[in-house]
Design a protein around this ligand. Structure first.
Ligand code: TZP
Ligand code: MG
Length: 204
């Protein structure tokens, strides 16, 4: 993979009233200069997910890398650029086997042991969190705080993505602790274009 951009916008379908609002948010983010987007839909309706994912791909073309949350099969079917798996999803090597060597593989970690293990996989990046408290995830792991981002930085040379409660107000502190990139749901969902422009300005 190339270097990660500073901002990784996650489009969580639960933040939008309908598909139209989701697509509009995606287009606004891309127009603001966001180049890495994840499609996150935890409803479990695979047919619906594939339809929305294909529409996102169609609307964004190649202006942004598109990452599918959880599902390697839908990543391939929607012609996405990669898949992101958590500790309860396909294993990193299982996901890698499904998507092949070229597409991006991201993994979620929540403590130093998981970071260490993730470092030994073929993952292209390691996400660590929740750094701050978050309302966007059901049953989140315990908040780890900035110091654990610093610690994770010492445990891997892979690109490090910080996630969980990251806002325009605290994103600089997370990058200063060693993250290469911040992944954001709620603070890019309300006013996507304005928020993304501000993030990109702040993160320079
Ligand atoms: N994984 C750890 S925290 C989180 C996920 C998917 C949610 C992040 O959302 P927000 O709104 O940016 O806190
Ligand atoms: Mg998952």
């Amino acid at each position: 993979m190339n270097r990660l951009p500073r901002l990784y916008a996650i489009l969580d379908t639960s933040c939008f009233p309908d598909a139209t609002a989701l697509y509009q948010a995606a287009e606004e983010l891309a127009a603001a200069g966001v180049t890495l987007l994840q499609y996150r839909n935890t409803s479990g309706n695979a047919r619906h997910m594939l339809e929305q994912a294909r529409e996102l791909r169609r609307r964004l073309g190649n202006s942004a890398k598109l990452i599918m949350n959880d599902r390697a099969d839908l990543c391939l079917a929607a012609d996405f650029d990669g898949v992101h798996v958590g500790q309860d999803d396909l294993s990193p090597e299982g996901a890698r086997k499904a998507i092949g060597d070229e597409l991006w593989l991201g993994i979620s970690t929540h403590n130093p042991e998981q970071v260490r293990r993730g470092d030994g996989t073929s993952a292209d990046y390691i996400a660590i969190g929740p750094v701050f408290s978050t309302a966007s995830k059901l049953n989140p792991d315990p908040v780890i705080g900035i110091e654990e981002v610093r610690r994770a930085r010492e445990l891997t040379r892979k690109p490090l993505v910080a996630i969980g409660g990251i806002t325009r107000a605290n994103c600089v502190s997370v990058i200063e602790a060693g993250a290469d990139c911040v992944a954001v749901i709620s603070d890019i969902s309300r006013e996507p274009r304005k928020s993304a422009e501000e993030f990109l300005h702040i993160l320079g």
